[in-house]
Design a binder for this molecule. Structure first.
Ligand code: 13P
Ligand code: SF4
Length: 349
């Protein structure tokens, strides 16, 4: 083995020796060493979302984090190429923020059920139905939807973004669970116009002070967790601390002890002492947190891998750098309109 491959192999073995077979670590260390060499040659930066598979997560990214943290890194990098090890809407956000860079996504199949749940035409129709009501869109949307919005948010700042708007009504798209969780956290009422159509003035007529208007998008991973999952675990392990991503249903979030973005969950496990932790989120992240915190006991309930994040492999990341594929490009007018929504969010924090 070459020196860099050997060093990477040792690092991966120390972190992941208990969860990844040795022969796989050897292959992955070799791929990672080739990627890191090419990354230097091509003056590239690799951003890795918290949901990347453990060997990739612990070997090639220059920065790891949640959507908001990676947005910030994408905005400020001076490298020529940004390789986004995450899903397409994230790579698009990197392009929106840093248009002079070449942004690559290792797989063209890395979508997202939330991003696919809504179109720009849907947003325009909602604007017609609720004239003058500000539109907040979760960053888990494509650039054309961001371009129709007033401001974006992530799971880490959604409540803060909604509260920053001086409006009696807010359209919050497209995640119905995140919207319901934000409504609950901020003490607002939420309606879904496709279930109960009503005019924009209805809230005023009924004396409501504030209302959120939602959409029926869902994360195909987080919608699978149930309150029964939590109850069953609590019966067996009463001292377990349950952490749920806000893309879980409001019932699941209410039955949990903590809810936050992927990085907020990472920090919680690192900083808060508990007997054991149950993570209700994508399962590679559970492996990554377990690898980082060998002294913490993680309850292994997770079997739900995001099929889109799963598309991003070391093999395809190497091919991305070798062949400069798959380039993320956006129409300039659309990019500028989407940029306004993303920048407004970044200004809020
Ligand atoms: P975070 O912004 O919390 O990293 O979430 C992104 C995501 O896709 C969760 O499913
Ligand atoms: Fe989209 Fe859910 Fe996958 Fe996150 S976990 S990328 S929200 S499908």
């Amino acid at each position: 083995m070459q020196t860099e491959t050997r060093a990477l192999y040792e690092r991966l073995k120390a972190k992941l020796g208990k969860i990844v077979p040795d022969f796989e670590l050897e292959i992955k260390a070799d791929l990672a060493a080739r990627i890191n060499e090419l990354k230097r040659e091509r003056n590239a930066v690799i951003l890795g979302h918290n949901y990347m598979e453990p060997a990739l997560f612990h070997s090639i990214p220059d920065f790891t984090g949640d959507s908001l943290e990676l947005c910030r890194k994408a905005a400020t990098t001076d490298k020529d190429i940004i390789v986004f090890c995450g899903v397409r809407f994230m790579a698009e956000t990197a392009k929106i923020l840093n248009p002079t860079k070449t942004v690559l996504i290792p797989s063209p199949k890395a979508g997202c059920s939330l991003a696919e749940s809504i179109t720009a035409a849907d947003v325009r129709a909602l604007r017609e139905k609720f004239p003058g009501v500000p539109v907040v869109t979760y960053v888990n949307t494509y650039a054309d939807v961001k371009a129709e919005s007033d401001i974006c948010c992530t799971s880490g700042n959604a409540a803060k973004v909604v509260e920053s708007l001086d409006a009696d009504q807010v359209i919050f798209l497209p995640d119905e669970f995140l919207a319901s969780n934000v409504a609950r956290e901020t003490g607002k009422r939420i309606i879904f116009p496709s279930r109960a159509p009503r005019p924009a003035s209805a809230s005023a007529e009924k004396g409501l002070e504030y209302e959120m208007i939602g959409w029926h998008g869902r994360c195909e991973v987080h919608e699978q967790f149930t309150v029964e999952d939590i109850e069953r675990i609590r019966q067996q392990l009463p001292d377990v601390v349950v952490l749920a991503h806000p893309e879980c249903s409001p019932e699941v979030v209410a039955a949990s002890d903590f809810s936050g973005s992927t990085s907020e969950m990472v920090r919680y496990v690192r900083e808060v002492d508990a007997a054991r932790y149950l993570l209700l989120t994508e399962c590679s992240m559970g492996d990554n947190i377990a690898a980082e915190n060998p002294n913490r006991e993680m309850v292994r309930l997770c079997s739900i891998r995001c099929p889109h994040m799963n598309e991003i492999t070391l093999e395809d990341t190497l091919a991305a750098l070798e062949q400069t594929r798959y380039v993320v490009d956006l129409d300039e007018d659309l990019r500028l309109r989407a940029l306004e929504s993303v920048e407004r969010m970044i200004a809020i924090g």
